[in-house]
Design a protein around this ligand. Structure first.
Ligand code: SAM
Ligand code: SF4
Length: 342
């Protein structure tokens, strides 16, 4: 069977609920691995991420970067520092950079445009932006300047839960931004936090159905990790298996989407991120954030906690991927779902 012949599985809500409850884990994970292996030929795409600012105007109840957290040491990378982190990504052989930050309007539209232009002039690589809620005209400018992809997780598609977790954030505006990104020709990603306090299997099943209906290029889900300096400090951490089940179900329903194995899996259970690569995921995003910011990009405890330098950390990642019989792949890894997207 070739990749072109793989059809998405049309699972209904009842079937999704029974998979979420773990009644057919062996079947689910086997199918997810079979499909991932066929579509991506056992390649795992590596994307270098530069977390360039931990300032944020939002106050999400789950996130350590929330504006009300006075204990986090805030940092911003200069344009030059961001560009040299991108140079390091290219020097390591990777062909995608992800620029991520808190929602930090200090980086005005023209600053981001300048960065995109400078990166594209120097390197033939793909640029993913993950900058949170921004205006349509900014998204348009950045796309015109050469940005290829945008990742904007809804975190939950349940409006009530969204509003409980993201005070003052606008649910409809975020959904609308995703549509705008798609219409502008971005390879568009969204996703959820699994086991977000207040969620239920029913809500998770609805999230999976909605993410699938949206025909996204990237689907990102990772488990909730409680952060001490947030209102959710005493909530239980998410279940690694639930998150892996969600990714696996998404793979069955979206064979061609890029699905990252998130670092929150690894924070909760050592080895869980690489295990997810055998359960439907096909992307991994090593951090290339320079020392100035690295440890302070503390979305949740354990994030960027490694004391190992970037290159040896990357080498260890390669070894782990190889040990699972998979191949680290440094190519751009463009969307296979909407191949018309340049
Ligand atoms: N500010 C941008 C935004 O929110 O879209 C991008 C940066 S934000 C730190 C990146 C992602 O971190 C969010 O989309 C969310 O899914 C994840 N995140 C934040 N806090 C988390 C937590 N406690 N557990 C798991 N994931 C978390
Ligand atoms: Fe800010 Fe994003 Fe964290 Fe929310 S999840 S507080 S928007 S960095």
């Amino acid at each position: 069977m070739t990749a072109a012949t793989i059809s998405p599985m049309a699972l209904n809500k009842q079937q999704i609920l029974s998979l979420l409850q773990g009644q057919q884990d062996t079947w689910l994970f086997d199918q997810a691995q079979r499909i991932t292996s066929q579509v991506f030929a056992d390649n795992v795409y590596l994307r270098g991420i530069v977390e360039f600012s931990n300032y944020c105007l939002h106050n999400c109840h789950y996130c350590g970067l929330r504006s009300a957290n006075r204990k986090v040491v805030r940092y911003r990378l200069s344009e030059q520092e961001i560009l040299s982190a991108v140079d390091n990504i290219v020097a390591a052989g990777l062909n995608t950079v992800v620029l991520q930050s808190g929602d930090d309007k200090h980086y005005r539209s023209e600053v981001i445009t300048r960065l995109i232009v400078a990166i594209k002039q120097k390197h033939d690589i793909a640029i993913t932006l993950s900058l949170g809620d921004r205006h349509s005209h900014e998204l348009q400018q950045w796309r015109a300047a050469g940005a290829d992809r945008y990742l904007l997780k809804m975190e939950t598609f349940d409006q009530t839960l969204f509003e409980q977790c993201r005070p003052k954030a606008d649910f409809h505006q975020r959904l609308h931004q995703l549509k705008t990104l798609q219409s502008l020709g971005y390879q568009t990603g969204s996703g959820i936090i699994t086991d977000l306090p207040g969620t239920t299997d029913e809500r998770l099943a609805n999230d999976i159905l909605t993410l699938t209906q949206m025909e996204l290029d990237m689907l990102a889900c990772g488990p909730f990790v409680a952060h001490q300096q947030t209102p959710f400090a005493d909530e239980p951490n998410g279940n690694v298996l639930t998150s892996q089940r969600v990714s696996a179900i998404l793979r069955l329903m979206n064979p061609y989407a890029n699905i990252p194995a998130t670092s929150s899996l690894e924070v909760l259970t050592r080895g869980a991120r690489e295990q997810a690569l055998l359960r439907g995921c096909n992307v991994i995003m090593p951090s290339f954030t320079p020392e100035k910011g690295y440890v302070n990009y503390s979305i949740y405890p354990g994030k960027n906690a490694s004391t190992i330098a970037t290159q040896p950390r990357l080498n260890a990642m390669f070894e782990q991927i190889n040990a699972h019989g998979l191949h680290p792949c440094l190519s751009r890894g463009d969307s296979k779902r909407n191949p018309h997207v340049p």
